[in-house]
Design a protein around this ligand. Structure first.
Ligand SMILES: Nc1ncnc2c1ncn2[C@@H]1O[C@H](COP(=O)(O)OP(=O)(O)O)[C@@H](O)[C@H]1O
Ligand SMILES: [Mg+2]
Length: 358
């Protein structure tokens, strides 16, 4: 089984603690993304797994074997970085065959594997080209193919799409996802891009200051963030100051009492300061009050049609909220200045603590 287990990893440099007691288990076949802002420790953690950075304390297990002190090349992991590092005088085919030659596979085995992988990354028609005759996206596909071809149990990728423009990045994201689904190789992927992480991952490990802020599925992090930091990092959210009124209600500064959901891990007391988080796509407009929902009256400040949804800014007393609603064909959109009722289900309103600030 190609699982990766990290136990209590610590790594400090002279003036910073790059990894602060990180424990993480990655399952066989899983797509795990290390997500976080620049400097949060993602590359250091990936390099500890790769054997390129020694942890001060802690251990690294790969497929149940302790690899903490085993040198990098003996770990047998695949690696894909932002720079493609292809051999310039070799063709695509030769570049991909290279790791197999080093491993002394037979010629027929090499031919068979290279043609199989070229099919997976859809580069068969470019097999005879040199790297300089390829676009950035094609070069990165060669780098991925060169890594897949020797069937490493785990592939580590550090911002592999960081150098590409948005359109190519989108295309390669879809390809990496398809390749993962076809091969079911364990992938540990580093990015600072939350959309990329949401799209690709089975689970996301959100890092901050060398620690894991939250670990979970994309849905967990998006809909059940542990705190304001996580909510803010992933997607847009409405965050309203409030005070805890009871286990199931909060009070806004304007005095309105709203039903909301207090996460289990929060042992808040009445009167504690919190923030109420509601995703813009969980808010909707209603004509009449509905006892199953929270409703507030407001005035539309601005509207913007952005394709699939219309984005409204609605002023409710002292605060503004963003509402994202699908335009209803034929219906008249709410225009700026109109009075509206905004509603949401209590389970879509989370009572959150501010993120830890250290
Ligand atoms: N070789 C090094 N020497 C000193 N500090 C380092 C070194 N490598 C990383 N760091 C520091 O460790 C922290 C985490 O870095 P890194 O893992 O590269 O972050 P990320 O990949 O999330 O941007 C940063 O503060 C960085 O400056
Ligand atoms: Mg990095």
């Amino acid at each position: 089984m190609s699982s990766v287990v990290l136990k209590e990893i610590n790594k400090s440099y002279v003036d910073c603690r790059a990894l602060d007691n990180v424990s993480l288990s990655i399952e066989d076949g899983e797509f795990m993304t290390l997500l976080g802002a620049s400097g949060s420790g993602k590359t250091t953690l990936l390099n500890v797994i790769a054997g390129m950075v020694e942890p001060d304390t802690g251990s690294v297990l790969i497929s149940d074997t302790d690899m903490t002190w085993i040198e990098s090349r003996k770990r047998g992991l695949g690696m894909v970085f932002q720079s493609y590092a292809l051999v310039p005088h070799m063709t695509v085919e030769e570049n991909i065959a290279f790791p197999l030659k080093i491993r002394r596979l037979s010629r027929s085995e090499i031919r068979q594997r290279v043609s199989g992988i070229l099919k997976i990354v859809q580069l068969e028609h470019l097999a005879k080209r040199k790297p300089r005759e390829l676009s950035g996206g094609q070069q990165q596909r060669v780098a991925i193919a060169r890594c897949l071809v020797y069937e490493p149990p785990v592939i580590l990728m550090d911002e592999p799409l960081g150098a590409l423009d948005k359109k190519l990045r989108d295309q390669l994201q879809r390809e990496i996802r398809r390749i993962h689904q076809e091969t079911r190789v364990t992938i540990i992927y580093v990015t600072h891009d939350q959309e990329e992480a949401l799209f690709l991952s089975d689970r996301i490990c959100l890092m901050r200051g060398g620690r894991i802020e939250q670990l979970g599925t994309p849905e967990d992090l998006y809909f059940r963030p542990r705190n304001v930091f996580v909510a803010d990092f992933l997607g847009e959210s409405n965050l309203l100051d409030c005070k805890v009124e009871s286990a199931k209600t909060v009070r806004l500064p304007g005095g309105q009492v709203l039903r909301a959901t207090l996460p289990e891990h929060d042992d808040a007391e009445i009167g504690d300061d919190r923030q109420l988080m509601i995703r813009p796509d969980r808010l909707r407009f209603v004509e009449n009050d509905d006892s199953a929902l929270n409703t507030l009256e407001g005035i539309v400040d601005a509207t913007a049609f952005v394709g699939e949804v219309t984005r409204y800014t609605v002023r409710i007393g002292q605060v503004s909220v963003i509402v994202k609603a699908r335009p209803i064909p034929g219906a008249c959109p709410r225009s700026a200045g109109s009075t509206v009722r905004v509603a949401w289900a209590p389970e879509d309103a989370l009572i959150l603590q501010p993120g830890s600030t250290d």
